[in-house]
Every structure is written in structure tokens, then in C-alpha cells.
Write a new protein. Structure first.
Length: 151
């Protein structure tokens, strides 16, 4: 998963929704032009700050992802690793607004082989007419959805 993100981030401005401990932000920062990452949990933020201290191209924000990224412009890659529960149309629209036209939206931690119907995440990403998307198996027990914003 991290190898895929490293490739997709190359040369792009990246937003990460859900920093956790900063491990993925560090991988993204290796190839991205810039990374803005948001985490709600103060303890995780403190640990992530330590991990990300050496990356000049990373900005770590603490708080609600939708509040922190509102008005920040659009990004070439938006990695959704948190902030979805409960899943709502308003959240998806806010996330999609962060993706520049032609940019990518990536959602990980998907259980492979599940049907689209009844899965709110798959329904949005795989059926929204503003996106061209594919589900990719990255490990026997995990899939990701990579979507490009087409309008």
C-alpha cells in the first residue's frame, strides 16, 4: 500500500485525511511536492510530529479534517485514511472538493470481494459520475480504491 501511495504522490500536492502516527505521511513526503495531513487525536499528533519533524514539505494539522482543510484549495492526491464515520454524502462532497480535476482520490482498508451495493464507500467511489475508479487488491486481505476526478 505504501509503495503504491509513494508512486501516486510523486510531484503532487497531497492531502492525507487521518495522520495516525505519521508513517504514511512520511512515505508520501518522499516523493510528493507537499503533504498536508490532519489528525484529530492529540496523542497521535504528538507522535506524528516527532516522526515528521525532518520533512520540510509536510504540514501536520490537528483537529477535524473537514474544518482544517476547508478553503485549503485542491490537491493532486487525496488519501482518505480517516474521518469518514459516519459516512455521509456531505463528507464525500467535501472530500471530492479537495481533489483537483484530473487528481486522484485513494481509499484504503477495503475488504476485498465485497459487493458494491450496500457498501457506502464503494457505492460512492465506484459509481459517482464525477470519478473514474478501480478497486485494486494490494494484499490478500486488503484492497484500495483509486479514483480519478474526471469533472
Amino acid at each position: 500500500m505504501q509503495a503504491l501511495l509513494r508512486v501516486l504522490a510523486t510531484g503532487r500536492g497531497v492531502a492525507e485525511l487521518g495522520t495516525a502516527y505519521g508513517e504514511t505521511a512520511a512515505v508520501l513526503a518522499e516523493t510528493a511536492r507537499s503533504v498536508v495531513t490532519v489528525e484529530r487525536d492529540p496523542e497521535r499528533v504528538a507522535l506524528a510530529r516527532e516522526r515528521l519533524a525532518g520533512f520540510a514539505n509536510v504540514e501536520l494539522l490537528e483537529g477535524d479534517v473537514f474544518e482544517q482543510l476547508r478553503g485549503r484549495g485542491s490537491f493532486g492526491l487525496v488519501f482518505v485514511d480517516g474521518g469518514l464515520r459516519p459516512v455521509t454524502e456531505e463528507k464525500w462532497d467535501a472530500i471530492l472538493a479537495l481533489v483537483e480535476p484530473g487528481g486522484l482520490l485513494v481509499k484504503d482498508d477495503m475488504t476485498p470481494g465485497r459487493p458494491i451495493d450496500g457498501d457506502e464507500v464503494r457505492e460512492f467511489l465506484l459509481r459517482d459520475p464525477r470519478l473514474a475508479a478501480a478497486e485494486i487488491l494490494v494484499a490478500p486481505e486488503m484492497a484500495v480504491i483509486v479514483a480519478a476526478r474526471i469533472r
